[in-house]
Design a protein around this ligand. Structure first.
Ligand code: URP
Ligand code: ZN
Ligand code: ZN
Length: 460
């Protein structure tokens, strides 16, 4: 099995050159000018196109039991949607809840993905409870190659941890060399504000943001950073949404706290006015942390352009509008939180960052692929175009134009949060470990090709 990509312009996080890429089996074996291939090789002409390393989405929910329902995806559907958007690896939150056995949860998530995913995947292991048994089980999970944890300061008594548990989880993470990702909103404050708003008769989706204002998130970031400092663990804030939280994260870094920052596509491109749409349509845009002001989104873009933000993910969490989001028609606290996006992340970031914005093309690759690979122990196998790396490649045609429509999406959800957004560029060809999975922007590949990526802890 061999694959030759000819005449393209290779663009990575730190380099750019016109060259051919030759892959044998699952691996890139040669990069150079005018490469020859055997007659049975698959040859892709990338003239006038970019060749990017496969993109990595560091924050995805596929199987998600949450708020009285389940996210509407399978590993087959999520991975195929990821691939048509150019994402060749995603990291899913393995999220058992507080009452569940952690190891049983981990095995269940693995079992659901096994043989189903068309692209490669890994897990962040949630820690919804921490005690001796949890510690023992987490050691096993890390030993199995799942070397990142997830803690929620929000959603208390479901996914959330108490402070003594947070301290224990981070101390273990430090000992094992594991990075801990965190949803940083102060759960108690959110609960109080929700109660107050509902008591005032404020029940619509537009009240979701006021129930979780920016200071609640900034407080969460500061709190998490304080615990990282006390334990010496490495941290990663997921879906950071606003300038106040960004300031808290950067202040922590200045004190020497090891803290990476993720933003997600909805916070870059949507704002709180979407959740104010009439006839309950605002429910489509309810996620946590909530959509913020346009000024907050601008601050995130500036920080991304300046290299202060490490990764751009999706927080893909698909719930139908009809039958799921409308569970909260009379009470915004019951609207399942989340916006789908695994299919759209790369094209949105390319269009509104690179093509129509000021995001450097290398920063685009770094934030959508390479930085996640480095932070989560996948580099240089993933996130790179180099001899020896996995042949996960995206041939990107910058000349293509399209408009996002739910009616055309691969994701099995009844709406798109980005309906009507114009798009520049398309992932024409996408390969996963040397096998072409997407041709002419459509999934044509092997449904179960994806593998669980077992990772070593990252020093540092
Ligand atoms: O609203 C969100 N973000 N839903 C998914 C669960 C989470 O908090 O990441
Ligand atoms: Zn979250
Ligand atoms: Zn999430």
């Amino acid at each position: 099995m061999s694959l030759l990509i000819k005449n393209g312009e290779i663009v990575t996080a730190d380099g750019r050159m016109h060259a051919d890429v030759y892959c044998e089996g699952e691996t890139i074996t040669r990069i150079g000018a005018a490469l020859e291939a055997p007659p049975d090789a698959t040859v892709v002409d990338a003239s006038g196109k970019y060749v990017f390393p496969g993109f990595i989405d560091p924050h995805v929910h596929v199987h998600l039991p949450f708020m009285g329902t389940f996210a509407k995806d399978t590993h087959a559907s999520a991975s195929q949607a990821a691939l048509v958007g150019g994402t060749t690896t995603f990291i899913e939150m393995c999220a058992p809840s507080r009452g569940d056995d952690l190891l049983e949860g981990y095995e269940a998530w693995k079992g659901m993905a096994d043989g189903q995913s068309a692209c490669d995947y890994a897990f962040h292991m949630a820690v919804p409870r921490f005690d001796e048994r949890a510690a023992e089980q987490l050691r096993e999970v890390v030993g199995d190659g799942t070397t990142s944890f997830k803690v929620f300061l929000a959603y208390k008594d479901f996914f959330g941890v108490y402070d003594d548990e947070l301290f224990g989880a981070l101390s273990l993470a430090r000992e094992l060399g594991v990075i801990t990702t965190a949803h940083t909103e102060n759960a108690d404050l959110v609960a109080k504000l929700q109660q107050k708003l509902l008591a005032e008769g404020k029940t619509g989706p537009e009240w979701h943001e006021p129930s979780r204002p920016v200071r609640v998130e900034a407080d969460g970031v500061h709190h998490f950073a304080t615990f990282l400092e006390a334990t010496g663990a490495r941290g990663y804030v997921v879906h950071l949404s606003c300038e106040a939280a960004l300031e808290a994260a950067i202040a922590a870094r200045r004190r020497g706290v090891s803290l990476a920052i993720e933003v997600v596509a909805p916070h870059l491109l949507l704002d709180a006015s979407y959740a104010e749409r009439p006839d309950f349509e605002g429910a489509k845009y309810v996620m946590s942390p909530p959509l913020r002001t346009k000024a907050d989104a601008r601050s995130l873009w500036h920080a991304l352009e300046a290299g202060l933000i490490d990764t751009v993910g999706t927080d893909h969490a698909p719930f139908d509008f009809a039958g799921q989001k409308d569970m909260g028609r009379d009470d915004f606290t019951r609207i399942p939180n989340g916006i789908p996006g695994i299919e759209e992340r790369v094209k949105l970031l390319y269009t509104y960052g690179v093509s129509r914005g000021s995001l450097d093309l290398h920063r685009f690759v770094a934030s959508a692929s390479t930085n996640a690979a480095k932070l989560f122990g996948l580099f240089p196998r993933k996130g790179a175009i180099a001899v020896g790396a996995d042949a996960d490649l995206v041939v990107w045609d910058p000349a293509q134009r399209s408009t996002i429509r739910a009616a055309n999406q691969a994701m099995p959800v009844d709406y798109s949060g980005f309906e009507g957004f114009e798009i520049d560029g398309r992932a024409d060809m996408v390969s996963v470990r040397g096998v072409v999975q997407v041709e002419d922007g459509r999934f044509t590949g092997e449904a179960g090709r994806g593998q669980l990526l077992r990772r070593d802890p990252v020093d540092g």
